[in-house]
Design a protein around this ligand. Structure first.
Ligand code: X2X
Length: 339
């Protein structure tokens, strides 16, 4: 054989080996962590991501969703760290649960920053979203898309809440993020941090009087059966969800597969966001009506009533604006004003 033919043959053999080696680098299963599973919109978004990735890679990439933060024994505030360490490959995670590690994520928990869905979109889909993704990337995690848990409304078993005075002395379950302690303390309540895994039993036994979560969570978890009769639609914070991948896992994917996994996250995110908003928009109040039919007493605040909550939490807002980074918060305020 001629020298060029030999070289050619060797090159072909090499590239065949490289290809096989590359495919062999892929794991047989990628573990995706969530807190809420199906049929919560959160779990539906994660499930759709797995489904689309399997379909579009002909099964070469297999995502398996593990709900209830089970990969971190229910401790949802450890999810981000576990993903950095590679114990978890991927996650669809809440900004609240990752905020102990990524301070910028506290932005979405600034009380009364986002008045409506358009404000949330202005942040996630604009320059603020880019900055937040940069902050996550700096910590060795590749963020690739957004989904949504939703606006977090306050509920309790005692009485309607129309003013901060109504929260006085109420024992409130909050997520394990210090900003929430500050908010509920400022409102005169008695906040206690616990994981979602512990929240439902604590509500059922009456160990706590109230909690805050999106209406879709109230709905699927059937919180009326845990005595959470009173709901106030105050829209004080909202938690977007982020699709993210451990950096080593991400870098092991070919460019073509990266594009597929990212596009699937975008599509699954759009699907999940539509579910997260269903039945609570101006033109479709069906979820609100359904919850009322199940016995929930729902309070909508007048602008004057809402302002009292804004005023009562203003110091907390200012304190956390400094911690998050005033430039980022300024940018967010501007994005919302121009939405
Ligand atoms: O724990 C919660 O309240 C939940 C399910 O909404 C989150 O994971 C932030």
């Amino acid at each position: 054989k001629s020298l060029p033919a030999l070289v050619m043959g060797a090159a072909l053999a090499l590239s065949a080996t490289a290809h096989t080696a590359h495919a062999a680098d892929y794991k047989s299963e990628y573990k995706v962590s969530t807190v809420l599973g199906k049929p919560f919109p959160w779990g539906e978004a994660a499930g759709k991501w797995a489904e689309l990735v399997a379909e579009r890679t002909d099964g070469r990439i297999n995502l398996k969703v593990y709900p209830n933060a089970q990969l971190v024994a229910g401790d949802q505030t450890k999810e981000f760290t576990a993903m950095r360490q590679g114990i978890i490959d991927m996650a669809v995670g809440s900004t609240i649960n990752w905020s102990p590690q990524v301070k910028e994520l506290n932005l979405f928990s600034l009380p009364f920053l986002m008045p409506d869905f358009a404000a949330m979109d202005a942040l996630t889909q604009g320059p603020v979203g880019e900055k937040i993704f940069e902050a996550i990337r700096k910590q060795g995690i590749e963020p690739i898309g957004w989904a949504e848990n939703g606006f977090r409304e306050v509920t309790n078993s005692k009485h309607p809440i129309t003013s901060p005075a109504d929260l006085d002395g109420l024992k409130m379950r909050v997520v394990g993020s210090p900003l929430y302690n500050d908010i509920f303390t400022a409102l005169g309540a008695n906040p206690t941090q616990m994981s979602w895994a512990d929240a439902k039993p604590a509500l059922t036994t009456g160990a706590v009087d109230g909690q805050e979560n999106p209406l879709t969570v109230y709905d699927v978890a059937q919180m009326e059966t845990a005595g959470q009769t009173y709901i106030t639609l105050w829209h004080y914070v909202a938690d977007p969800l982020i699709f993210a991948v451990n950096k080593r896992v991400w870098n092991s994917f070919s460019d073509e597969d990266k594009a597929i996994v990212k596009q699937a996250a975008d599509d699954a995110g759009a699907y999940g966001i539509a579910l997260a908003r269903k039945g609570m928009t101006d033109d479709d109040q069906s979820l609100i009506k359904a919850l009322e039919a199940r016995g929930a007493k729902i309070t909508t605040l007048t602008p004057e009533q809402r302002q009292k909550f804004v005023d009562a939490t203003r110091d907390v807002y200012n304190k956390w604006k400094e911690r998050i980074g005033p430039d980022l918060v300024d940018m967010a305020e501007k994005s919302i004003a121009n939405r």
